[in-house]
Each structure stands twice: as structure tokens, then as C-alpha cells.
Design a protein around this ligand. Structure first.
Ligand code: PMP
Ligand code: GLN
Length: 416
């Protein structure tokens, strides 16, 4: 009996070893295996929810992108640029004309003088601009403070560089008229000799929180006399409501001297698919930033740069944005009163969060999936923006949509 057992065991062990080789002969012990640099990363929630929305033909208020057309004048300018022969590599930091237009805009908006030659680099999108900033400064073991819920690229961007993400929770609003806020005492007590940077995002995705003067004062005090960098995600610079000012790092010399400030044309001009943005940082930091950029993308789509160089001079095109998008927010807020979702306050971005305690106590991911499949509306569960999947029982809606899309979505949500 004992021998029979032993024999069975040997046969089992041999089959465990040989069967994979028979089934997958191309995989040998010599094949390279990846020791993942991002073991905790799956597919981004935006891809997951958009795919689900497509599968179930749901109205997609999940991933943040407009469903209305962008400016025809701007698309015509791109075509014109192509016809005029702007079809070869742009200079590594971006077209000079575009960098000059950006510098003029910064002067106009923030009264800060930026050198277009040495302090601006055009990038393939805002996400890339942030990734490059972190890659420029983060070494293994460095800590980077960020605030959760957080845009989901931040932590992987830090970790792929060997850095340690220090996610601090934003304070959940006590009543519906407040927004999520930064707890600056928590920031103070989280600073260590290893703190390399603080990553901020205003207007904030996903909560729509906008930093105010008091936040800026706190930040100034915390970084004063330290070597801490700031990576400032300002992609929603123009999507800011209720007459609030945008507190850009560009306005404050003592913050700008240590900041990588990142922007996205996709958000500003309703063309997220263009994946074009830029980073502004002082010349001495930009020198290092460009070393990273030149051996990654090197340069970006030339025709769009040529078009934007001209279009940026049209101040009304960006100054009218807060009004345009606030109308959408207000329209959506009004419509949603007919549902059982309790909307939180948003002062900026494409987004508004809603708690759903009056509908269900299920996990936010389960609700988001069920809403897509059963109600036909896709959202983003907020737990996807927390490293530990914290569940505030809140989902995020994107309101940068045509009125009829918002209407259609709310009609479906009313049935819940
Ligand atoms: N930061 C935040 C907070 C965002 O929501 C987005 C939008 N995707 C980006 C950065 C990046 O924008 P882009 O599409 O230009 O990479
Ligand atoms: N920023 C967008 C959002 O928050 C999506 C970006 C993306 O899909 N990578 O929805």
C-alpha cells in the first residue's frame, strides 16, 4: 500500500512538471519571466468601466471625456498645419511658437513670467507630464505624499521609480455643502527625511475640490526651508466653478521654484484623445526633466502643436470654459434631485461624487457594475482611487456631456 502511494506521488510530481511542457512547449525554464515592477496593478478602472458600458450599451458617465464636438476652428487649424507641411518632428521641447503662446497665457492669467525656451516642455498628455516629473526626481526609497481618493496613475508612477507612496486620506465632507479637504496637520506629521515630493491636484479628480488661499498658505509653510518638490496636477485649470480662482503653483514664486506644474490640452479644448499637454518648471529643474522626456517620447504630434500655438491666443476660448462647464454641472445637479443619490459638492473638474446610502449598502464596485448592467449607466466607484480600496460608498459621475446624454442617464437612474 505504501509503495502504491509513493508511486502515485511520483507520478503526480512528474505530471506537474511535464504536462505544462507538453501543452506549452515554447515555455521552458529558460524563457524570460517578468518579476513585475507593478505587482499590485490591474487594468485601470476607466478601461474596465468603459468596456462594461460598451458591452451593456450603457450611458457612459464613468471615464472622463466629453461627448460633444470640439472646436471646428481648432480642427481646421490642425488640417491647415498639415497642409502647410508641419508634418515632421517638432523640436524636443515642443514648437517654439506654442511655448511662446503658453508663456503669454501664463503671464496673462497668473502674472508670472515664464521663459518659453527653458521652462516649458510639451508632452503627450498630462499623465505623461506627471510621470516624467516623478521619474526625474524620485529615487528608490524616496517618499512621495499624495491625497486619496487620487487619480489612479499617481501611485504606480511613484512605485515604478522605486519610490514609496504615502497616501493621505482627504477628509470626507461633514455636510453636503463641503468638499473633501486636505488635513494639513496630517501632512505635517507625515513629512520625513525621506519626503521627496508632495503631489497635489486642483481642481481635484475625483472629488472636484479646489485648493484655496488657506491651503496655499499651509503648503508654503510646510515646504519652506525644505528640499521637498511639488508635483502639481493642474489639468482642470479652466474647469472651475462658482467664481473660484485657480490657485496655480505658477502664482507663488516660493512654490513655483520647487514645482513641476502639469497641464493637458485634452481637458481644456475638449479633445482628450489628442493626448497633448505640457509641464512648466524652473529652468534648472527643466534641464533634468528634458533628459527624461528626450529619451521617452522625444517630441509630440506637430500639426496639433502648430494649431494650438495660434488658437491659444484666443482668450475667450479658455476664459469661457468655467461658465460653459458650470452650466453642465448645475443642469446635472438639478436633474439628479429626482433620484435617490445624494450629490456631494464639486467646485471643479468634470466630476461630481454621489453617496448612495439611500439606495443600497453594497460595495461601491458592486453597485457600479450593477448600475451599468441593470440601470444602463456607467459610473466610477471611488474605492478605485484608494490604494487600499477604501469604500466611502460613493460613486463618481462625469457631467462633461451633452444635455441629452445627462437627461438620458438620469431617466435611467430615477428608476432605481
Ligand atoms: N490628471 C488628472 C487628475 C486627470 O483626471 C487626467 C485626465 N485623464 C490627467 C491628469 C491626464 O490627462 P491626459 O489625458 O492629458 O493625460
Ligand atoms: N482622467 C479621466 C478620468 O478620470 C480618464 C483618464 C484615462 O482614462 N486614463 O476619468
Amino acid at each position: 500500500m505504501k509503495i502504491q502511494h509513493k508511486l502515485q506521488e511520483v507520478c503526480f510530481n512528474l505530471s506537474v512538471f511535464f504536462i505544462p511542457l507538453i501543452l506549452y512547449p515554447h515555455i521552458t525554464t529558460m524563457s524570460p519571466q517578468i518579476n513585475s515592477k507593478l505587482p499590485n496593478v490591474g487594468t485601470t478602472i476607466f478601461t474596465v468601466m468603459s468596456a462594461l458600458a460598451t458591452e451593456y450599451k450603457a450611458v457612459n458617465l464613468g471615464q472622463g471625456f466629453p461627448d460633444y464636438p470640439m472646436s471646428e476652428e481648432l480642427t481646421a487649424k490642425v488640417y491647415e498645419a498639415m497642409k502647410q507641411g508641419h508634418n515632421q518632428y517638432a523640436p524636443m521641447p515642443g514648437l517654439v511658437s506654442l511655448r511662446e503662446s503658453i508663456a503669454e497665457k501664463v503671464q496673462h492669467l497668473y502674472h508670472t513670467s515664464i521663459n518659453p525656451d527653458t521652462e516649458i516642455t510639451i508632452t503627450p498628455g498630462g499623465t505623461y507630464a506627471i510621470y516624467s516629473a516623478l521619474t526625474t526626481i524620485v529615487r528608490p526609497g524616496d517618499e512621495v505624499i499624495l491625497f486619496e481618493p487620487a487619480y489612479d496613475s499617481y501611485i504606480p508612477n511613484i512605485e515604478i521609480n522605486g519610490g514609496i507612496a504615502i497616501p493621505l486620506p482627504l477628509t470626507y465632507p461633514e455636510n453636503k455643502s463641503d468638499s473633501y479637504r486636505i488635513n494639513w496637520d496630517l501632512v505635517r506629521s507625515s513629512i520625513s527625511p525621506k519626503t521627496k515630493a508632495i503631489l497635489i491636484n486642483s481642481p481635484h479628480n475625483p472629488t472636484g475640490t479646489v485648493l484655496d488661499k488657506n491651503d496655499i498658505e499651509e503648503l508654503k509653510q510646510i515646504v519652506a526651508g525644505t528640499k521637498i518638490f511639488i508635483v502639481s496636477d493642474e489639468v482642470y485649470e479652466h474647469l472651475i466653478y462658482d467664481e473660484l480662482p485657480h490657485e496655480s503653483m505658477l502664482k507663488y514664486p516660493e512654490l513655483f521654484e520647487r514645482s513641476f506644474v502639469c497641464f493637458s490640452f485634452g481637458k481644456t479644448y475638449h479633445c482628450t484623445g489628442w493626448k497633448l499637454g505640457y509641464c512648466i518648471t524652473p529652468a534648472v529643474l527643466m534641464k533634468e526633466y528634458r533628459k527624461v522626456h528626450q529619451f521617452n517620447a522625444f517630441s509630440c504630434f506637430t500639426p496639433a502643436q502648430a494649431a494650438l500655438a495660434v488658437y491659444l491666443k484666443n482668450k475667450e476660448a479658455y476664459l469661457s470654459l468655467p461658465r460653459f462647464m458650470q452650466q453642465k454641472r448645475d443642469y446635472f445637479v438639478e436633474l439628479m434631485k429626482q433620484t435617490k443619490f445624494d450629490l456631494l459638492t464639486t467646485h471643479g473638474s468634470y466630476f461630481i461624487c454621489a453617496s448612495y446610502g439611500r439606495i443600497s449598502d453594497e460595495a461601491d464596485k458592486d453597485l457600479a457594475i450593477r448600475l451599468t448592467k441593470e440601470a444602463g449607466v456607467a459610473t466610477i466607484p471611488l474605492s478605485a482611487f484608494y490604494h487600499n480600496g477604501k469604500d466611502d460608498k460613493v460613486v463618481r459621475f462625469c457631467f462633461s456631456k451633452q444635455d441629452k446624454t445627462l437627461q438620458q442617464a438620469v431617466e435611467k437612474l430615477m428608476k432605481i
